[in-house]
Design a protein around this ligand. Structure first.
Ligand code: 3H9
Length: 702
């Protein structure tokens, strides 16, 4: 009936269908909103049309505003002429027919319709807060009117995707169709059924009130996770406006708050992070016509902390997984740990008991290699030493079906060396999970020289299928995440030699936005772990910068939380770190023995000493072609190390300081401290040409 490149109008008898077609997810890109309004006006002007349907082509209803349009000179129609306003004013009923996602502006459009129906697999939500803004298309005013202020606050400040059945219970949807129903014909039938119902049910006509105390309570409850951010608080203020102002005034307030957020640093950084997370999946140098292998039958070798967490990740995402260990005792212990981990989630209320049972039933402990020989993918997670891993790989190569992929969960070992013990080096890659493996989102896929494109794609896809963000790393000591982090880890201990205390450094990093300070994290992970790596590196490199204070604590048996003492001391049964005068004394003593002059540090110095050292190393990684993009480093820091997302990531943050400033400071520290601060070649080149880190062109992947 009408042609537009992105929105078209069709007719089914007396029902007009407005269909959005802006692949891949029907974001409200250029022409979409105008197209909807245009079609709506045409349908309203057509006397043969009695009711309308709004729906999306392809995989989704509407995924929200086009995020690429923010921060550009994109023009929005004035309040009163936006899609939602035009739909509100429609004299004929409109039914939103939802499949895939109705997010952000998508749900806002749906709430501008008079009715909302969905297929059972659909998800709805207002995730704007995750990109540093608020639902600025009436969402903060309409959602509370549909679901009440408390639920709206929870949905808008978390940004979570609500499954259709729950959305029906909450009152967002009028109907969830039975499984397998054809959405288009059901929507047409629904539109016909409501064609003559008057008055039209408009969300804006509902009223909402709330106990004023809930807003402050919400501010308090998000204080920890919303630290240093504005958007979550503006979201609350906008919902508060919905409960205290009339609809028109509330919309104006929402708009004011939205405009304060749209181009703030927080929103820019979060938008950057959103696209960096999508970019990281792209493997530009691999052939486009190779597809990942669709694995069905995974196995995990090693039922320790990492192996158990990896098996849980498979089970959490619906896979039956076999798990084995060298002894029955180790396997039993591993299964007990898995059960205890799930039980903690049940106790916390984040997992239902029945779901725990379902997941546990998917994890199959098996006695030996014979029981896994038909699996199509194996993730080895045995002790992190080459002499332990090599025999396991040799055995796997011998017993596994010839087309099975062999992946190793290693955080630093040479994957070429490990692959060399097999006769299928093309099917071997590293899959470096972060601890706890069932919680942490990052999966670093390590690329040995002989791995085939399909192997690499399969490893990347494996991560995505179990809820991870997969990022490709070259086979270099520490790979990309830990290698770029290593100088930070050294520098934080060197700062102690020069006069800092662990609690001082931790405070700076927590104020910056990390959930925990690096010394507290060290105590949680176990200080003995880092000590192993330092020993190995010191043995291999006579110029290796030793960390005597850290070594001393490990010698004293201060391994962290598990021994009740590390960088901090701990009360029995309590994880709260307490500054420890004994540690302060050790620091003083070692510093005196080393003859290091003591000084006071500003917070900025501490922050930059830690992060600039890593920026420099990340540049080296890029110049060696061990990572595809600076933004991949950012994704790794966000999901591997808890770098604050609203700061974009390590390299994005450094761009905010300016590549020249970073270079000048590093060059000055090179003069002062010597070789460990030598500026990398890439850093120097970027500074000379004033090219931002995120536009750096790394060497071809090696
Ligand atoms: C908003 O609505 C503001 C309003 O309040 C109005 C204010 C005025 N824009 O993630 P995928 C791209 S704010 C532009 O891999 P999935 C994405 O970059 C918005 N592009 O797929 C990727 O491109 P490429 C509120 C978008 O199936 C491709 O689509 N909405 C957008 O794993 C596929 O994406 C949101 O925040 C977008 N809105 O997940 C939702 N969405 O192929 C954001 C996606 O070139 N989107 N792209 O890399 C998502 O959460 C996920 O993309 C979604 C699909 C769950 C929809």
């Amino acid at each position: 009936m009408s042609e537009s490149p992105v929105v078209r109008l069709e007719k089914d008898g007396d029902v007009a269908l407005i269909i959005v077609n802006y692949p891949p997810v029907n974001a409200l890109g250029p022409g979409v909103a105008d197209g909807i309004v245009d079609c709506l006006n045409k349908a309203n002007a057509d006397p043969s049309v009695k009711s309308l349907v709004l729906m999306g082509d392809g995989r989704s209803f509407i995924a929200g505003a086009d995020i690429r349009g923010f921060g550009t000179n994109r023009k929005r129609p004035p309040i009163g002429q936006r899609t939602y306003d035009v739909m509100d004013a429609s004299p004929k009923p409109i039914v939103a027919a939802i499949h895939g996602y109705a997010l952000g502006g998508g749900l806002e459009n749906a709430m501008g319709c008079h009715y909302r129906i969905a297929v059972p697999s659909a998800k709805v939500g207002l995730p704007e807060v995750l990109i540093g803004i608020l639902p600025g298309g009436g969402g903060t005013q309409r959602l509370p009117r549909l679901v009440g202020a408390q639920t709206a606050l929870e949905m808008i400040t978390s940004g979570r995707h609500v499954p259709a059945p729950e959305a029906r219970k909450l009152g967002i949807l009028d109907e969830v169709l039975p499984e397998g129903t054809d959405l288009r014909s059901a929507a047409v039938a629904y539109a016909r059924k409501v064609a003559d119902v008057r008055p039209l049910p408009r969300v804006r006509d509902k009223s909402v009130t709330a106990d004023p105390a809930i807003f402050d309570a919400m501010r308090k409850s998000i204080a920890r996770r919303a630290r240093n951010q504005t958007a979550p608080y503006h979201c609350i203020a906008a919902v508060e406006a919905a409960c205290t102002m009339d609809f028109e005034a509330g919309i104006r307030r929402e708009n004011e708050l939205f405009l304060e957020l749209e181009n703030a640093d927080e929103a820019k950084a979060l938008r950057y992070a959103f696209f960096a997370e999508r970019e990281v999946a792209k493997l530009p140098d691999l052939p486009k016509d190779v597809a990942p292998y669709e694995f069905k039958d995974p196995a995990v070798i090693g039922a320790g902390t990492m192996g158990g967490g990896i098996a849980m990740s498979f089970a959490d995402f619906g896979y039956d997984v076999k798990i084995m260990d060298a002894t029955q005792e180790a396997l039993d212990r591993g299964m007990e740990r898995i059960k205890a981990n799930y039980a903690t989630s049940v106790k916390r209320g984040s997992l239902a008991q029945e779901e725990m049972e379902r997941r546990l039933a998917r994890i199959h402990p098996v006695a030996g290699y014979d029981d896994i020989k038909d699996c199509d993918v194996v993730v080895e997670a045995v002790f992190e030493r080459m002499d332990v891993k090599k025999p396991v790989f040799a055995k796997l190569d011998e017993v596994m079906r010839p087309d099975a992929f062999l992946f190793s969960n290693t955080s630093a070992l040479d994957m070429d060396d490990l692959a060399s013990v097999t006769k299928r080096a093309d099917k071997v890659a590293g899959t470096h999970f972060f601890s706890p493996a069932n919680v942490m989102k990052l999966l670093e896929v390590v690329r040995p020289a002989e791995a085939s494109p399909q192997t690499l794609m399969t490893a990347m896809a494996l991560g995505r299928k179990i809820g991870k963000i997969s990022a490709m790393a070259g086979n270099t000591d520490g790979f990309v995440a830990n290698r770029s982090r290593a100088p930070f880890n050294s520098e934080m201990v060197i700062l102690l030699e020069e006069g800092c205390l662990p609690e001082q450094v931790d405070k700076v990093m927590v104020d910056f936005g990390y959930p925990m300070g690096p010394f507290a994290v060290g105590d949680l992970a176990g200080l003995d772990i880092g000590a192993e790596g330092r020993k190995r590196r010191a043995a291999a490199n006579p110029n290796y910068r030793k960390l005597p204070i850290a070594d001393k604590l490990v010698e004293m048996g201060r391994y962290g939380q598990k021994t009740g003492a590390g960088w901090y001391r701990y009360e029995k049964g309590d994880r709260t770190p307490h500054p420890d005068p004994e540690v302060a004394a050790i620091i003083k003593q070692v510093a005196a023995e080393m003859g290091v002059p003591q000084k006071d540090f500003t917070d900025t110095e501490i922050l930059q000493r830690l992060l600039f050292s890593s920026v420099n190393e990340a540049c080296r990684i890029l110049e060696e072609g061990k990572a595809y993009r600076a933004s991949d480093v950012d994704v790794m820091w966000l999901h591997g190390f808890g770098f604050p997302r609203y700061r974009g990531g390590l390299m994005y943050w450094a761009d905010g300081i300016g590549v020249k400033n970073v270079y000048n400071q590093i060059a000055a520290w090179h003069q002062q401290y010597g070789e460990r601060w030598a500026p990398s070649k890439l850093l120097r080149e970027l500074a000379e040409t004033n090219t931002p880190f995120r536009q750096a062109k790394p060497a071809p992947f090696a």
